[in-house]
Design a protein around this ligand. Structure first.
Ligand code: B4P
Length: 179
């Protein structure tokens, strides 16, 4: 089973991913974590990505698709924070198809902007200042939100309210996936 977790920045994708990988024994593929690991390692890719991420913009499709391509396995996978553009979504469909796999479910974590801004200011990562957060929300609306329709048309979209107790949200997610 392959699952995508989709939602605005700070919606709780990383938080619910921990629950999903344990509950359904999935391989966790988080492009945000991969990029932060490159930054921490001081690689050329990391140096390129850091200023883009700190400004709240998206790293190029080419880079993130390449990272995902290198990490595909034949185990069930959880895609966290990827895809974030239509080009990434189409590339993922093509990559999976080449390997006789597919996306089974797309979880959409829904949280309002005011709550998101509050959460991220409290988290305080280097890309969690107010200016970058507002830009990330704009980028989400423009580049990532069209994916909601893309997966709705494929009949794969599962909507979850991302506000409230973390464990209660996990329970809702489990119910939806187990159908
Ligand atoms: P990501 O690492 O994907 O991070 P995120 O969207 O900011 O956060 P997430 O939704 O995972 O929130 P979290 O669980 O941490 O991306 C970072 C950057 O990397 C992007 O801006 C971009 O530049 C780059 N990037 C990554 N993938 C890319 C791609 N595919 N293409 C191009 N660029 C890419 O939760 C946030 C906070 O809320 C935490 O403090 C958490 O404790 C709290 N929280 C969670 N659930 C809560 C709840 N129910 N109630 C209250 N607080 C909650």
């Amino acid at each position: 089973m392959n699952i995508i977790i989709l939602g605005a920045p700070g919606a709780g994708k990383g938080t619910q991913s921990e629950f999903l990988i344990q509950t359904f024994a999935l391989e966790h593929l988080s492009t945000g974590d991969m990029l932060r690991a490159e930054i921490a390692a001081g690689s050329d890719l990391g140096k390129q990505a850091k200023s883009i991420m700190d400004a709240g913009d998206l790293v190029s499709d080419e880079i993130v698709i390449g990272m995902i391509r290198n990490r595909l396995t034949d185990k069930g996978m959880l895609f966290d924070g990827f895809p974030r553009t239509l080009a990434q979504a189409e590339a993922l469909d093509a990559l999976l198809q080449e390997n006789n796999m597919q996306v089974d479910h797309v979880l959409l974590l829904e949280v309002e902007n005011n709550e998101i801004i509050e959460r991220m200011l409290a988290r305080g990562r280097t890309d969690d200042n107010e200016e970058a957060i507002r830009n990330r929300l704009k980028v989400y609306d423009k580049q990532t939100s069209p994916l909601v329709d893309y997966y709705r048309k494929q009949d794969k979209l599962l909507r979850v309210c991302g506000v409230g107790d973390v464990q209660e949200i996990s329970r809702q997610i489990r119910k939806l996936i187990e159908g």
